[in-house]
Write a protein that binds this ligand. Structure first.
Ligand code: BES
Ligand code: ZN
Length: 700
């Protein structure tokens, strides 16, 4: 029952096949059968395979945390108190998600106001889901309180020694809850189907500033005792906390930056356009509903580029490069204030409803602030990455609306699909209906579904009623069906071309033919995107002498530009260019952002010698990596086939596969995996230019 979706009948309404409706095997330790829902006419029973929670029986409406931050013990300890709305009069249990938590006691609030103990059972650990916590609550109390402690290895927290911070004086701690890591630092119903308000009281050493995805006060006294409120209802994956030597500087009336003292001024300069971005987004999609919009700059071990924690976007410092060339990241995380935080995917099968919509909005903001050419270049980079990933990506992961059971680990979705294809679909819709009609539709969609969970089926119904029916003759239900349920990219997807990239490709091709590199007058004005395009179009393997020539001219080895390092080191490794190894190792030790470093680890693990080097580097880097990054690197090393040098030379090229339907044939590509988010497909603009080309600020 748990795995069954009662597909409503949006499919019937649209006259299309309900291909998302089918049974699939349950995950290990599958929770007990869910209460059968009444067969409501237009209701959809949503099943989240990645949570044990039973929201049809009871939901959390408010969470109150009382936590102590223990740096030496690498632990959060305290209580979580849930205000509960019992939906099912027959329900007698509260089932929560946990991972590696130690649960000390569980209590219920009696009508007299006193707390009394409840029986509970913590199940064995499922490797992906964690441990189900079942609390016996036959009286269906209005509040339940759990006293607990986190594990020092909690998957959703990173504890950093002072040496791993910018200032090197104080320890640092931060959370990363998406997708299903909130359960490793708070026992809770960890599913985006449920939204709740929250408050928190947090104690910490006096010199540590504590921030949460809530009402951070820019003028808060650093006294080791902090209180927070998040009055808007949020899903669990947006719960966030950070503690460290953090100071605040304003960007505008309602935006600012939190960072370590040595980083904050650089961040203020880099993110100076933030207030303008908020205004632009509001102009397109309606008021920003979260009060303040602040950015928190984390240490370089942050495993992602950014995370849209409400009111406080978490960001990697690798975007702070002095020329604003990476601020699409801010556009992206800000865009989630509408697509994701306001209208939220109900389960991770529909992750594209968050990330695809957000990538579309991000591109619109980049276009509005920095011009069409900039937006086009970013688009082309995204599409090229998609074409490469789709050469080897299983068809079932190429559909926007994933079928139950097709995504075992929610950290392993295909970023090409979720981000790239999702955004492409919306660009196609924009083209069919025209910008004014589509913009008005999107704005009204965010309003109609504000603070609600969304599924692909609900979206299609909304589109049918509010877009297709009101603008007849433009788009057929079958076309929508193909976009969301079929693998590949429909043949009439809009193509984006970049004038600047044509020049870059011509220069690269000329070099491959003649050995003459583009002159400094040509490359001097190249932006990060153009350098990325230059490297991306290279064959899978070059001759070591060719790499040396490129290095001599452009000094790729040792580049501070993570986007270039991400592409240069794998090419160097595949090509047997040993001169890059030293700087490559330093890069892998310095940065923990998965997207930037995993391609290099993957290239290394393809040969026995590279694998040995990867193991050495990982041993040194590991203490500074986030658990999510550690997991990815461990997996890459474990998956490395035990092959002998005779069968796996360093320069084995990967044979190109057939492109998916509707896609152009791409050049031979490194073997992509179903991407952990951000690992392989997203190529946001980034970092410093390679010497000698100064990157001009993106056009405005
Ligand atoms: N919400 C994501 C990050 C995420 C996705 C974390 C899935 C865990 C699971 C965030 O908004 C994001 O997309 N970040 C990108 C930024 C980029 C698209 C500009 C990243 O981290 O690279
Ligand atoms: Zn995102």
């Amino acid at each position: 029952m748990r795995q069954m979706i009662l597909c409503v009948s949006i499919a019937a309404a649209l006259g299309v096949a309900a291909s998302g409706c089918q049974r699939s095997p349950s995950p290990a330790d599958t929770p007990a059968a869910a209460t059968p829902a009444a067969p409501a006419a237009a209701a959809e029973m949503i099943v989240d395979e990645h949570s044990y929670a039973e929201p049809d029986k009871v939901v959390t409406t408010d969470l109150a945390l009382d936590l102590a931050v223990n740096f030496p013990g690498k632990q959060l300890t305290g209580t979580a108190t849930y205000a509960l709305d019992w939906k099912d009069p027959a329900a007698a249990m509260l089932v929560l998600d946990t991972r590696d938590l130690s649960i000390q006691k569980v209590e219920a609030l009696a009508s007299g106001g006193q707390w009394s103990p409840l029986e509970f059972a913590l199940a064995g650990k499922d490797p992906i889901l964690g441990s189900k916590l079942t609390i016996q609550a036959p009286m269906r109390p209005a509040k339940i309180r759990v006293t607990y402690a986190t594990s020092p290895t909690a998957s959703g927290l990173q504890w950093l020694e002072p040496s791993m911070t910018e200032g090197k004086q104080q320890p640092f701690m931060f959370s990363q809850s998406q997708q299903i890591h909130a359960r490793s630092w708070v026992p809770l119903q960890d599913t985006p189907r449920i939204r709740f308000t929250y408050s928190a009281h947090v104690t910490a050493p006096k010199d540590a500033m504590v921030l949460m995805s809530a009402d951070n006060d820019p003028a808060a006294a650093r006294d080791g005792d902090y209180s927070f409120k998040m009055p808007q209802k949020i899903p669990s994956y947006l719960l966030a906390i950070a503690a460290g030597d953090l100071v605040f500087k304003p960007l505008g009336a309602r935006s600012g930056v939190w960072a370590e003292p040595g980083m904050v001024d650089k961040a203020v300069t880099e993110f100076a356009d933030t207030e303008k971005m908020i205004d632009t987004a509001e102009g397109l999609y309606g008021p920003y509903r979260w009060g303040r919009y602040d950015l928190l700059v984390l240490p370089p071990s942050f495993p992602y580029g950014g995370m849209e924690n409400p009111r406080l976007t978490f960001a990697t410092p690798t975007v702070i490069v002095g020329d604003k060339s990476l601020v699409a990241l801010v556009a992206h995380e800000l865009a989630h204030s509408w697509s994701g935080n306001l209208v939220t995917f109900a389960t991770d099968k529909d992750a594209w409803l968050n990330e695809g919509f957000t990538s579309y909005v991000e591109n619109r903001l980049v276009e509005a602030l920095y011009g069409k050419e900039q937006a086009d270049m970013e688009n082309v980079i995204e599409r090229d990455a998609l074409a490469k990933e789709y050469l080897t990506l299983e068809p079932k992961l190429q559909v926007l609306a994933l079928k139950p059971g097709d995504l075992a680990d929610p950290d392993n979705s295909s970023s090409a699909t979720v981000y790239g294809k999702g955004a492409w679909f919306l660009q196609w819709l924009e083209q069919q209906f025209g910008r004014p009609v589509f913009d008005a539709y999107l704005k009204s969609y965010f309003d109609r579904h504000a603070f609600q969970s969304m599924t692909t089926a609900r979206l299609l119904k909304d589109m049918q009623d509010n877009l297709l029916a009101k603008n007849p003759g433009k788009v057929t239900p079958a076309q929508l069906e193909a976009w969301v349920h079929a693998p590949g990219i429909p043949a009439d997807a809009p193509k984006t071309e970049s004038r600047k990239f044509a020049v870059v490709s011509a220069a690269r091709i000329a070099w491959q033919g003649s050995g003459t590199l583009p002159g400094k007058t040509v490359t001097a004005a190249w932006s990060t995107q153009e350098w990325v395009h230059f490297l991306e179009g290279m064959p899978d393997v070059l001759k070591p002498e060719q790499l040396a020539q490129l290095d001599e001219a452009y000094r790729f080895t040792g580049t501070p530009n993570g986007e270039l390092a991400q592409r240069w080191y794998p090419l160097a490794e595949r090509s047997g260019y040993a001169a890059a190894r030293g700087e490559m190792g330093k890069f892998l030790e310095r940065v923990g952002r998965r997207k930037l470093i995993m391609p290099t680890y993957k290239a290394l693990t393809a040969t026995p010698d590279g694998l040995a080097f990867a193991r050495q580097v990982f041993a040194r880097a590991r203490p500074g990596y986030h658990p999510i990054t550690t997991g990815s690197v461990e997996q890459a090393i474990a998956e490395a086939a035990p092959v002998s040098p005779a069968v796996a030379p360093a320069t084995t090229p990967v044979a190109p596969a057939q492109p998916a339907a509707g896609l152009p044939a791409a050049e031979p590509a490194p073997r992509p995996k179903p991407g952990r988010p951000m690992q392989s497909a997203r190529l946001p603009q980034e970092l410093d230019p390679v010497d000698p080309a100064p990157t001009p600020p993106p056009e405005s």
